[in-house]
Design a protein around this ligand. Structure first.
Ligand code: SF4
Length: 379
């Protein structure tokens, strides 16, 4: 049963430790869109630099489509944060270039302390990370010593270092279900919407930190219902960082990978998508000919902080990617002691994922793979 919520955390904090930036600063730092000629030249330069630096590009589904294409073309990967972590750990390259946000670079560094990890812009952060300062979180955990601490990937290395488990949206449900089955009571941080979704699905006893993603927090249930009425045959795909009213209207609730798979595999022509618009690049490639409509945000009726695109993801561009490869700037460093401690919950998750995948393959129950189709139908 959920205990009283801790408190509301303001995501748009002033800059923290001089390494992160608020929403306005992030949008101001988004590089200008290159001309067609500049794009071709930058892509060619990046391909050469990746070879010169013996580096591999690991990109998230929310970053610019050109970066996603380059990652795939050059033997890197485009993925969700679980697969980004696994790919970076298992790839032999000694330099990982992470196109995404800071916690993704930190996770790569924690898993590969001997490798060089570069990012196009170290100021690219996440409202969930900003809303969960390590000292406040540690005090919260100390106040509830009987609980297993589960944190989402979207947190700093110091917060992970205080956790028993790290999860991503593609595996959080399975891990919470397992811990609940073992009789463990949980602290969940920082995303309140994902936490309540998992709580509803598993019945686990979870004490929720009250953070949110500024992109998903803006999706609106009422407007989504109106849009769905205009497109009665469309399937609604929702990331579980969205508010409960939006999740309640979903045909599929899942991580980015799970939503892309749903777009490809479900027998529908139209989809309404409630997650960062960056995902549409991959969805269109995975399901050519299908129609994707972005779900309505607060921007339709009020001021919009993101209009369904993460300002920090948008800071990743061809120009600063080329620059960081050229100069070796923007290297991620994690305090080795914190990194060692933070590695424990990450390894637990990766081991759990590997064992789950083996079990799914052995059972032949491929519909369970990635837990996607357990969520088909009204969520
Ligand atoms: S989309 Fe949301 S969860 Fe993802 S990095 Fe941006 S603010 Fe964080």
């Amino acid at each position: 049963m959920q205990e009283q919520s801790l408190k509301t955390i303001e995501f748009d904090r002033p800059e923290v430790q001089g390494t992160t930036c608020g929403v306005g600063h992030a949008w101001a730092k988004v590089p200008a869109t290159p001309t067609a000629g500049e794009r071709v030249a930058l892509k060619a330069r990046i391909r050469d630099l990746l070879v010169r630096e013996k580096a591999v590009l690991v990109a998230h589904y929310y970053v610019d489509g050109d970066l996603q294409d380059l990652a795939e073309e050059t033997g890197g990967c485009v993925a969700d944060s679980l697969e980004m972590a696994r790919f970076g750990r298992d790839h032999p390259a000694q330099t990982l270039v992470v196109a995404g946000v800071r916690f993704m670079g930190e996770t790569a560094k924690i898993l590969n302390p001997e490798k060089r990890v570069l990012m196009p812009d170290l100021d690219a952060t996440c409202s969930l990370d900003l809303g969960c300062p390590a000292d406040e979180f540690a005090a919260f955990c100390d106040a509830h010593p009987d609980r297993t601490v589960v944190v989402y990937a979207n947190t700093s290395a110091a917060v992970k270092a205080r956790a028993d488990w790290m999860v991503t949206s593609s595996i959080g449900l399975d891990i919470a279900r397992e811990l609940h089955a073992r009789g463990e009571k949980l602290i969940w941080a920082p995303d309140r919407h994902l936490g309540s979704y998992i709580q509803r699905e598993t019945g686990a006893d979870m004490l929720l930190w009250q953070g949110s993603c500024l992109v998903h927090d803006e999706f609106k249930g009422i407007e989504l219902e109106l849009l769905r009425a205009e497109h009665p045959d469309a399937k609604v795909l929702v990331h579980p960082e969205s508010p409960a009213a939006v999740v309640a209207l979903a045909d599929v609730v899942g991580s980015t990978t799970q939503l892309i798979r749903a777009a490809r595999e479900l027998d529908a022509k139209e989809f309404i998508v409630a997650t960062d618009l960056g995902i549409l690049h991959k969805m269109r490639a995975a399901a050519p000919g299908k129609i994707f409509i972005d779900a309505p945000t607060a921007g339709n009726s009020a001021s919009c902080k993101s209009c369904a695109h993460c300002p920090w993801m948008a800071m990743n561009a061809l120009s600063n990617l080329a620059e960081t490869l050229e100069t070796g700037s923007n290297e991620i460093h994690v305090d080795p002691q914190i990194g060692q401690r933070a590695r424990v919950p990450i390894d637990r998750m990766l081991d759990f994922a590997a064992n789950r995948n083996k079990a799914v393959k052995a059972s032949g129950d491929l519909a369970r793979d990635g837990a996607l189709f357990s969520n088909v139908g009204p969520a």
